[in-house]
Design a protein around this ligand. Sequence first.
Ligand SMILES: C[S@@+](CC[C@H](N)C(=O)[O-])C[C@H]1O[C@@H](n2cnc3c(N)ncnc32)[C@H](O)[C@@H]1O
Length: 136
Amino acid sequence: MLEKARENAKKGGFTNVEFRKGDIENLPVEDSSVDVVISNCVINLAPDKAKVFAETYRVLKTGGKLMVSDTVLIKPLPEDLKNDKDLLNGCVSGAILKEEYLNLLKQTGFTDITIHKETPAFLPDYGLSITFSAVK
Ligand SMILES: C[S@@+](CC[C@H](N)C(=O)[O-])C[C@H]1O[C@@H](n2cnc3c(N)ncnc32)[C@H](O)[C@@H]1O
């Protein structure tokens, strides 16, 4: 993905961008240095979502914005589905309950948490795709 991103930046003539390899639970970014964090369908894959939100909070400047599309659960997954690798790839089995997810954001210190869109996710009896923003 990094190679592809760098190729695309080159093709587009974008010289004011850089791409860093990192883990979402340990961002290779300095404290309070970022205006906006965006993420599409990655947080559900991270085992420690509290760490992800803490890292996001750490790197954002005060007033900085988080803009995310992710999958949450509308009800708990049965044990057999929790361990289903295809469902992890489908961004469902790593997801946590919507209420728990939003509470984690609040506990981290984020404010103005606004859900902009909700659509059924893969395995719609359990999964919900949400697009939301939040402010540090
Ligand atoms: C469903 S894809 C989404 C990719 C991209 N955000 C997009 O919108 O096309 C999930 C991506 O998350 C990455 N990923 C999974 N766990 C990660 C982690 N702990 N830290 C950083 N990236 C991770 C995977 O390598 C994969 O590229």
